[in-house]
Each structure stands twice: as structure tokens, then as C-alpha cells.
Design a protein around this ligand. Structure first.
Ligand code: HEC
Length: 211
């Protein structure tokens, strides 16, 4: 009989210790059962916060200046077509960089990335009627006006990279390769709105009810 009390007691303690303090906020650091000085581990690690003082460096700064004559590897970009959308003469590149393979795979990638990053404003059809319009963002242009249909691919690349007035830059979210994929998809959206029968391969025209 005594065991029944004992077991009930332990089950009660167990339930309270597992569930009892859930959701509580503690203002004090937790008690350390195994203190760091006795059991060195990785619980406490020295770290510097940005802009804070350093006692280690002679100039007292935590943020270290870049050593002279260093070039960040990510900045070492020699392919202007790929990374700037510029042709050899400095004008906006028309068409796609030589290092980009334009194929169905690139188109599929562009479709996917466009749906994530551009469609919320520019709309799935590129007509500027994305979901943000319903929330008051009215300034998104359609891709189907003459100017944007004729604009160089390189200039679209530049818009994605640096943004334009109300449009934020996407350089930190969309890689250069993906930017070209998106441009390819934008071009296909433009073609889709302005297609003619001549765009349909001859052996598929009958599917449209044409001869
Ligand atoms: C937050 C909404 C928003 C998103 C997301 C967005 N855009 Fe835009 N975009 C705009 C607005 C607003 C403008 C008009 C900028 C202006 O000219 O004032 C614009 C303009 C443009 C233009 C025309 C630039 C020109 O030369 O006039 C292109 C091309 C374009 N966007 C492509 C894209 C692509 C590609 C993406 C996805 C990577 C994208 N946008 C994502 C809002 C957006």
C-alpha cells in the first residue's frame, strides 16, 4: 500500500517538472549544475559584438579594417556580361551573356524564381496586377508596354540588381544566374501577350483550329 503513495508522489513530481513551468519567463540565468570553471565546455564563448570595444587589438576596435590591397573574392568579377548586364562597349547587353545556356531548364528556373520574387508585385502575367496591388501598391508597371518590351536584357538585369525607385534591389536574394533565368521568363511573358500564329510551329497549328 505504501508503494502506491510513493508512486503517485513521483508521478506528480514528474508531471510538474516536465510540464509545470512551460511558458514561464525567467529573468535570471539558469542555475548551472556543471559550472564552466569546473567543467570547461562551450557554454560560455568569448565574442565581440559589432562596433564594440576590443581589449585585444591595439586600436581598440572590434571591427577590423580590410588589409591593404585585398580584393574580396566575391568582388573579383571579370565577366561584365554576366555580372553587370553590360556589353563590351559598355552599353546594356542585348540578349544573354555567352556564359549562360538558354534552354528549357533556365526557363523553368526563371518561372519558379519569378513566382517567388516578382509575381507578388508584377503579377503572374507580368501585367502589374500582383497581390500587392490589392493592398495599395499601385505603381507597379506592366511588362507589356512598348518601352519594356524593347528594353535591353542587360537593363532589366540592372533593375533586378539595384532596384528602381519603389522597387527594392534583389542582388542579395537572387543570384546573377537566377536573374538571367528570370529575365528569360519575363521575355516569355512578353512574347505570350504578343504572340502571332507565326510563333506556333507549323505542325501544331491544327490544334488551334487553324489550317
Ligand atoms: C515590391 C514590389 C515589386 C517587386 C517584388 C518587384 N518589382 Fe519590379 N517594379 C516595381 C515597381 C514599383 C516598379 C516601378 C519603378 C519605377 O520606375 O518607378 C518596378 C519596375 C520594374 C521594371 C521596369 C524598370 C524600368 O526600366 O522601368 C522591371 C523590368 C522590373 N520591375 C522587374 C522586376 C523583376 C524581374 C522582379 C523580381 C526579381 C521585380 N521587378 C520585383 C515593384 C516591384
Amino acid at each position: 500500500m505504501r508503494n502506491v503513495y510513493l508512486v503517485t508522489f513521483f508521478i506528480a513530481v514528474l508531471i510538474v517538472s516536465v510540464f509545470g513551468l512551460r511558458g514561464r519567463h525567467f529573468t535570471q540565468p539558469p542555475i548551472e549544475v556543471f559550472p564552466e570553471w569546473a567543467f570547461p565546455g562551450m557554454k560560455h564563448q568569448p565574442k565581440y559584438k559589432p562596433q564594440s570595444e576590443s581589449k585585444f587589438f591595439a586600436d581598440g576596435r572590434t571591427d577590423r579594417p580590410i588589409p591593404a590591397n585585398t580584393v574580396s573574392r566575391t568582388e573579383l568579377r571579370t565577366d561584365d556580361e554576366l555580372y553587370l548586364g553590360k556589353a563590351a562597349d559598355g552599353s546594356w547587353l542585348r540578349g544573354f551573356p555567352k556564359s549562360i545556356t538558354v534552354d528549357a531548364q533556365l526557363m523553368a528556373r526563371g518561372h519558379e524564381r519569378f513566382s517567388i520574387y516578382c509575381a507578388p508585385c508584377h503579377g503572374a502575367l507580368g501585367d502589374g496586377n500582383g497581390i500587392t496591388k490589392q493592398y495599395g501598391m499601385g505603381a507597379t508597371p506592366t511588362y507589356h508596354d512598348t518601352r519594356l518590351r524593347e528594353i535591353a536584357e542587360g537593363e532589366i538585369f540592372n533593375t533586378i540588381t539595384h532596384g528602381k525607385t519603389n522597387m527594392l534591389p534583389y542582388a542579395d536574394k537572387v543570384t546573377p544566374h537566377d536573374r538571367w533565368a528570370i529575365i528569360l521568363y519575363v521575355r516569355s511573358l512578353q512574347r505570350a501577350q504578343n504572340g502571332t500564329v507565326a510563333d506556333v510551329p507549323a505542325d501544331h497549328r491544327s490544334e488551334l483550329g487553324l489550317k
